[in-house]
Write a protein that binds this ligand. Structure first.
Ligand SMILES: [Cu+2]
Length: 821
């Protein structure tokens, strides 16, 4: 059984879904609970074996008589070597680490702030050379090792370290835990200081402060935070933590939880911030350095209280919960209801069941010429491996590396906030999907799982795979040139989607990988959820005021992806083509003519590979194998083209420092190396002066000529929230995508092969023939949306009513009059 268990779903995991629906996202990300506290939350979740079958969720069942399986079975061509430890491997590894590794580890449930624990363990991705030897059939699966991350906090200089543990299966004497350093380029290899280790104790430290000013926070903000059951406030720290002159500084902001009915904390700021010097691990030596409110810094609680008692702290700056803050229709919405709102909207069906095939044991998928393996990592979630188009590998590895949300504002926490979300980890927050809403009800819903504190946590139905109707043809044509032969033809556009949604505290990211009938692909992200807003006073330069006293705090979302192309082998080059203006003297013209040409070139080395997209979208980058041309001598390849591009607006963040060096350009291309597996590291934010992975070091002039090349590209959006973001950001426009397009790769348009098309031959108002290309009758013929021959019997193409000489009884069908004038 695999950690990512792609079994169709059975009953008992509903309990798991409920018990894992903890407020972990919000609290783990923002309130500063430390791992110890988070452990106790997690422990309340029931354990679930990795691949226990689970039933399909309510609403996902097909109608009686229209029953068809959501996918078809297939056997993977080889074992999935990219992701997933077996249950036995996980059990044995945990036991080895706790009892026999010599790492001085404590079980999470017994651990204090001064005990070492396992953060996570998963399969260590094998070297690509070894992996390809297996996938291409020349050797056995590579020897398996686990990647283990350990939290060493039983010491003053707490740190986190990566280990490689194996070989597997675990055997006494031969299995060892050795530091895993080679994939990381920081000065300490796979080890990083953890200056955030006592975040939970700092929370307690600050609640002692909010307790002391409880009368003031109640009066000004209606917020109470004093370790009471009636608490309705929370503190969110700056992230990453600040290191200044050898000191560890935390800024924390007080927020309101409101009535608790809705998850609205991040749109209810108080505007009151606390600055703490939390250097060292002894809280008795920490100092409150100041309080900041309404554009003014107060050096102590006493100074803050004095200002309050003197009536200098305005009471009318409160953000009040209201009709605006609930995602459910309010009274005003109901009074203003739009017509048709109570009628069931159109929805998608799969009349013959899923056309995709899945090997549920190996997490392997096939659809319309594509094949790929699915992996799932705790820190970065969904990942695809060995993507082939018509049997030829085009991509070896594709997945998210990091998601950065970097803010600006007049308040200290907003000015510095730069969330690196892989630290909070996408796996634990990729929760169960809602059938019919998050994905079509006919989708194949699969489980994901991750290791967390000596448990395998299963998220039932957290990944969906489905074929989507694009709502438009992939190509079409109505004849208009040859008057003697008229026809209309169109081919349905459907595409396969692999989807997970991760709720990173306040924000929901929807991650899609899409596969199209013409061999193209797209990598897409949509965002929703609640914005992290700011208190409006002083924030005119940093956002709109979107409701009373609330600023839609401006921020950049930047998500970095790894795209390891293998176009017809690993020897690849980067072909550039650019539309350029030209002035050309032709032999058939007297004077030079202003025109345009194509300028072709190559990206030769990494020195020229840190790039922004051309402002007029005139430049293309195509990955090719120079030695593999088509019959016409053109290189076969894939280009990558963006829909929505971004790099960081902030040039030199004093908070991020070197923690996310991939943020400065739209994309980068490097020579692939095992020592440069990832552009980011989930723990980079814990010590931004000495990060574990500094992406800027990847660029050392290496050749990109017939080498194994990797594209690192950014998706995202510059987000300046408006009143429309209240209470939730909408996915319609919060969207960014990268398309991968075959360039001279296929002999012609591969979608031409699709049988799901219609051709209507017609003439003078009569239909002569309707061709359906031998498509099988759907299993569920009686449903709406499956179009039969009768739909085309009255097809006319166009109807022209002659106005001279005018005869209303004589309809005159033609289109060539357009050409004849
Ligand atoms: Cu946003």
């Amino acid at each position: 059984m695999k950690l990512l268990s792609l079994l169709l779903l059975a009953a008992s995991a509903v309990d798991v879904a409920e018990s894992t629906a903890l407020p972990g996202g919000l609290y783990n990300r923002l309130s500063g609970l430390d791992r110890r506290q988070f452990h106790s939350l997690r422990r309340s979740a029931q354990s679930q074996d990795d691949a226990q079958p689970i039933t399909k969720p309510p609403g996902a069942k097909p109608e009686p008589g229209c029953s068809a399986p959501s996918f078809r079975p297939v056997k993977a061509p080889y074992e999935n070597i990219f992701s997933g430890l077996t249950t036995q491997e996980t059990v044995d590894l945990t036991s080895f680490l706790i009892k026999d590794s010599g790492l001085n580890l404590t079980l999470s449930e017994n651990a204090t702030a001064w005990d070492n624990t396992i953060i996570t363990l998963e399969l260590l991705t094998p070297n690509k050379t070894d992996a390809l030897a297996h996938t291409d059939g020349t050797s056995a699966p590579p020897t398996r090792y686990a990647h283990v991350v350990i939290d060493f906090r039983a010491r003053e200089d707490a740190y986190i370290q990566n280990f490689m543990v194996g070989p597997l299966p675990v055997k006494k004497g031969s299995t060892k835990a050795v530091p895993l350093d080679f994939p990381y380029n920081g000065k300490n290899g796979g080890k990083i200081r953890n200056y955030q280790v006592d975040a939970g104790l700092k929370y307690e430290f600050l609640v002692n402060v909010t307790t002391a000013i409880d009368d003031i926070t109640l009066d000004l903000f209606n917020i109470s935070l004093k370790f009471s059951e009636k608490d309705n406030g929370a503190l969110l720290p700056i992230d990453p933590i600040w290191r200044e002159g050898g000191r560890t500084i935390s800024w924390d902001h007080l927020w309101s939880l409101g009535s608790g009915e809705n998850d609205i904390m991040t749109i209810q700021p108080s505007g009151l911030h606390f600055k703490t010097d939390m250097t060292g691990r002894d809280p008795s030596k920490w100092k409150l350095m100041g309080l900041w409110f309404n554009k003014k810094l107060y050096k102590s609680v006493a100074e803050f209280r004095k200002a309050y008692e003197a009536g200098k702290l305005p009471k009318d700056l409160r953000v009040e919960e209201g009709e605006w803050s609930s995602t459910d229709p309010s009274e005003e919405d109901e009074e203003d209801e739009v017509d048709g709102n109570d009628i069931e909207p159109p929805s998608q069906i799969a009349p013959s069941g899923g056309r995709h095939r899945i090997d549920v044991e190996q997490n392997y998928v096939e659809w319309m010429g594509f094949s790929f393996f699915i992996g799932f990592k705790r820190d970065t979630g969904l990942r695809l491996w060995d993507i082939k188009w018509k049997g030829e590998r085009i991509i070896y590895e594709l997945g998210l590396e990091e998601a950065l949300a970097t803010y600006a504002g007049s308040a200290p926490t907003h000015s510095g906030a730069a969330f690196l979300d892989s630290f909070f980890a996408f796996g634990p927050f990729s929760l169960e999907l809602l059938p019919g809403y998050d994905c079509p009800a006919h989708a194949t819903f699969l489980n994901t799982s991750h290791y967390s504190f000596e448990q395998t946590v299963v998220h039932p139905n957290a990944l969906c795979i489905f074929e989507q109707d694009a709502g438009m043809p992939i190509y079409r044509h109505t004849s208009s040139i040859n008057p003697s032969h008229r026809y209309a033809s169109a081919t349905k556009n459907t595409y396969l989607v692999v989807r997970t949604i991760a709720t990173m505290g306040n924000y929901d990211y929807m991650f899609d990988y899409k596969f199209y009938l013409d061999g193209s692909m797209s990598i897409e992200v949509h965002a929703s959820g609640l914005i992290m807003s700011a208190h409006a006073p002083g924030n005119d330069d940093y956002g709109f005021e979107i409701t009373d006293n609330l600023s839609g705090s401006v921020h950049d979302h930047i998500l970095n992806y790894k795209l390891d192309f293998d176009i017809l082998g690993t020897a690849n080059s980067v072909r550039t083509t650019e539309f350029v203006p030209a002035n050309v003297k032709y032999d058939w013209a007297d004077k030079p003519r202003s025109t345009m040409k194509i300028k072709r070139g190559w990206l030769k080395t990494e020195n020229e590979s840190q790039l922004n997209w051309h402002p007029n979208s005139a430049q293309s980058y195509t990955i090719v194998n120079k030695d593999k041309k088509n019959a016409l001598g053109e290189h076969r390849g894939y280009r990558f083209i963006p829909r929505g591009v971004i790099h960081s607006t902030i040039l030199d963040s004093p908070n991020l420092k070197k923690a996310a060096e991939w943020r400065h350009h739209h994309f980068y291309i490097t020579k692939r190396k095992e020592t440069e597996r990832s552009s980011a590291n989930p723990r980079n934010g814990l010590d931004t002066d000495n990060v574990m992975q500094d992406f800027s070091k990847f660029f050392n002039g290496e050749s990109l000529d017939q080498e194994d090349v990797v594209v690192w590209f950014n998706l995202g959006m510059h987000h300046m929230p408006t009143s429309q973001d209240l209470p939730n950001t909408v996915m319609t426009t919060a969207h960014s995508a990268m398309f991968l397009e075959p360039i001279n790769f296929n002999k012609w348009n591969p979608a031409k092969q699709s049988r799901k098309k219609v051709r209507v031959e017609y003439e003078a108002g009569k239909v002569n023939a309707v061709e359906f290309f031998g498509m099988k009758e759907p299993a569920c013929r009686a449903v709406d949306g499956v179009v039969g021959k009768e739909a085309f019997g009255e097809y006319k193409g166009d109807v022209a009513n002659q106005k001279f000489a005018y005869d209303p009884r004589n309809w005159y069908y033609k289109t060539h009059y357009i050409l004849e004038g």
